[in-house]
Design a protein around this ligand. Structure first.
Ligand SMILES: Nc1ncnc2c1ncn2[C@@H]1O[C@H](COP(=O)(O)OP(=O)(O)OP(=O)(O)O)[C@@H](O)[C@H]1O
Ligand SMILES: [Mg+2]
Length: 381
């Protein structure tokens, strides 16, 4: 698929922008702070309903304005679809598909698929487990948008269960608490088991693509791998770390068993200690974990390999290419890695690149150039 047109109103530094795009490579060039990343951030937001840079929506709205709007024309298999999103910080966003009436924002998920690589992705390798959980869960949704609902349900259940456990520490009668808790145990175990199951299947499918991408980027045979580390009871955790994918029922039973083991600690600490939100994915190079061991260059290659692996997986699954966005990557890579990356992505249906220095982008990726200056975008002839 590809984006044929991008319109912005009061998004970030843009009062308005109208950008015609084409399949193939499009490169946004301009000095620092001119608005290159803002453009691709808008495209990524429509695909995922989240920014790759900020957790809150407020910074996305141009300073002084009340709301921002992004409108895209997305082409898939020759058919064009309009998708529109209004961002209203502190309120529910508004979405529209085609010429129809408003839809819930979640309903536009799947219309556009993107894989976005940005310098922030170094956190996937060096950062906290939360970054890697989010990577996995976002990819789950990119693959099958219905997972967005399960994810939201899980967050709600977790919040409620935590509130209940916390109330126990604040002197609420423990008898009453222990009578209500099983209801939330049941909800959490049910939705949580489905989520863990989906993550495990995703990891199993993704891992070979990531390993291959790592070797291609780094020109080595490095055995880059991903391991699921679960906070479930020991026996189950070992099976999951070994790459087994148990049935949902078995996972659900394991969550219940682990609840029993952890009951005391949960009541003492007033927080849920079991479930997908406590699990993590570790990245390793051979036998060593990437975090804490990998060099800067290796960490970069791994982060890139995760995104390129995700791209390959989605391409394989969807039967169409997601739009590949490379924000500021070439400046970070040496000449050989640049050329290798260029060769790997050159056949994607659409690649959008941002670069402060045009010369950093390898000639193989020479496509359409756009000059970005102070919130205005001009295509070069
Ligand atoms: N909500 C906002 N309102 C107004 N301006 C904003 C807003 N958010 C960001 N900006 C401005 O947008 C600019 C940053 O744009 P962007 O991140 O796209 O730059 P860039 O071209 O990618 O730069 P670099 O080459 O450094 O990555 C900054 O000057 C910032 O002040
Ligand atoms: Mg930028």
């Amino acid at each position: 698929m590809h984006v044929r047109h991008l319109s912005l109103v009061d998004f970030r530094s843009y009062e308005t922008a109208e950008v015609a795009l084409e399949p193939g490579v499009g490169t946004f060039v301009g000095l620092n702070g001119q608005g290159k990343t803002n453009l691709v951030e808008a495209i990524g937001y429509v695909a995922t309903l989240a920014s790759h840079r900020v957790a809150q929506d407020a910074p996305l709205v141009r300073s002084g304005a009340e709301k921002a709007a992004i409108r895209l024309a997305v082409v898939r298999d020759g058919r064009e679809q309009q998708v529109e999103l209004e961002i209203l910080p502190g309120r529910a966003n508004r979405a529209r598909l085609g010429r129809g009436g408003p839809v819930r924002p979640r309903e536009i998920l799947g219309t556009l698929r993107t894989v976005l690589f940005a310098p922030e992705d170094l956190q996937l390798v060096k950062g906290d487990p939360a970054a890697r959980r989010t990577f996995l869960d976002d990819l789950l949704v990119a693959r099958q948008p219905r997972w967005a609902g399960a994810r939201a349900d899980y967050d709600k259940i977790l919040k409620n269960r935590n509130a209940l456990l916390r109330s126990g520490r604040q002197g609420v009668d423990r008898g009453a608490l222990e009578a209500t808790l099983p209801v939330w145990d049941e909800h959490l175990a049910s939705v949580g088991a489905h989520l863990i199951y989906a993550r495990l299947r995703l990891l199993r499918d993704l891992a070979p693509y990531v390993g291959k991408a790592y070797d291609e980027v780094s020109a080595g045979a490095s055995d880059a791998g991903l391991t699921y580390r679960s906070g479930l009871h020991e026996q189950m955790a070992e099976a999951l770390a070994a790459g087994e994918v148990p049935e949902v029922d078995a996972l659900q039973a394991a969550i219940h068993q682990t609840f029993e083991q952890q009951r005391r600690s949960e009541l003492d600490r007033g927080v849920t200690l079991v479930g997908p939100h406590r699990d993590e994915v570790t990245l390793r190079l051979g036998e060593l974990p990437a975090k804490g061991y990998a060099s800067h260059g290796e960490s970069w290659s791994f982060a890139l390999a995760l995104r390129l692996g995700a791209f390959q997986l989605l391409r394989h699954d969807l039967g169409t290419d997601p739009v590949l966005v490379l924000d500021d990557v070439f400046a970070e890579l040496d000449g050989t890695r640049r050329e290798r990356l260029a060769a790997m992505v050159a056949d994607a249906e659409q690649v959008l690149v941002t670069a402060a220095v045009a010369a950093d982008v390898p000639p193989e990726l020479a496509g359409r150039m756009y000059d970005v200056t102070k919130g205005s975008v001009t295509a070069r002839e």
